[in-house]
Design a protein around this ligand. Structure first.
Ligand code: ZN
Length: 277
């Protein structure tokens, strides 16, 4: 056989699935307003965290999970030129306040509405906050035109099966998402939760990549801290786990080195990190 000839290579090539951490920071972002940090902390770009969201891309579909306040800057930074949909975890400000900037994607698609997926509770809040957009048309040219889709159960998005995962964020329900491509559990995005129910852990178990809320080192009333997130990661048994929604309590390289000693497959996310699956 000719050297380097692998007849099955093309057949076995899995379809493209990649995602990017648009932001890995907590609700205030990092650094926070009006606080002095050691120069070494600020010198590391991985310690600069915008509010949390991911962008997901396959050959068939491109979407974000959440539209944080820095959505416009995140779209510019990653040179995103097209969106087919937006999925919302929950309607806290740090996850939705950039939604109006979706208007540009409506504009370049010829004033087409942009599908917005959210659970009923979140959609009701979105309708109140963005009341001028969530209404019957006609909308003026160049405005944001959402097409609401209430998430109640599994749905299809391009070549992905999306399974909603309800999470306990104490004062509000957050909706995580499991993305399945060709029967393979590719990514579970589970942010903003104090607890991950057993049912969710069972459903996402063995996923290639899990992204978990891992706010900070100290406990917090509505988010998982490092210890809680690590315990959940051990139960989910993803090939790789990333923690997101991170405060300035994490000095990326310092804490990553500590985490890696005991948990070689557990990583702190950082803004602009792309993962190919
Ligand atoms: Zn939240």
């Amino acid at each position: 056989m000719e050297k380097g000839y692998f007849p099955f290579a093309t057949i076995l090539r899995s379809p493209m699935f990649r995602f990017c951490f648009l932001g890995s920071g907590t609700s205030q972002g990092v650094p926070v307003i009006a606080k002095d940090y050691p120069p070494e902390f600020l010198a590391n770009p991985k310690n600069h965290r915008l509010r949390p969201a991911i962008y997901v891309e396959t050959e068939k579909i491109a979407f974000t999970v959440d539209t944080p306040p820095e959505f416009r800057l995140q779209m510019l930074r990653e040179k995103i030129k097209h969106l087919d949909a937006v999925l919302i975890t929950h309607a806290h400000a740090d996850h939705i306040m950039g939604m109006d900037d979706c208007r540009r994607f409506c504009d370049i698609s010829g004033d087409q509405p942009l599908p917005v997926y959210a659970i009923q509770q979140s959609m009701d809040l979105l309708r109140k906050i963005f009341f001028y957009a969530f209404r019957e048309g006609p909308h003026p040219h160049g405005y944001f035109v959402p097409e609401p889709h209430i998430v109640t159960s599994e749905f299809q998005l391009g070549d992905l099966t999306v399974r909603p995962q309800l999470l306990d964020h104490i004062y509000i329900t957050s909706c995580g998402y499991l993305f399945i491509q060709n029967g393979i559990k590719k990514l579970a995005y589970l942010t903003d939760c104090k607890y991950v129910p057993d049912k969710v852990i069972e459903d996402v178990k063995g996923v290639e990549v899990a992204v978990l809320d891992g706010l900070r080192i100290k406990p917090h009333p509505t988010h998982m801290n490092l210890e809680e997130a690590t315990a959940v990661a051990e139960r989910i048994q993803a090939k790789t786990t990333y923690l997101t929604h991170l405060t300035h309590a994490y000095d990326h390289d310092v804490h990553q080195a500590q985490i890696s000693k005991e948990h070689p497959n557990l990583f702190l996310a950082w803004d602009g990190l792309w993962i190919d699956l």
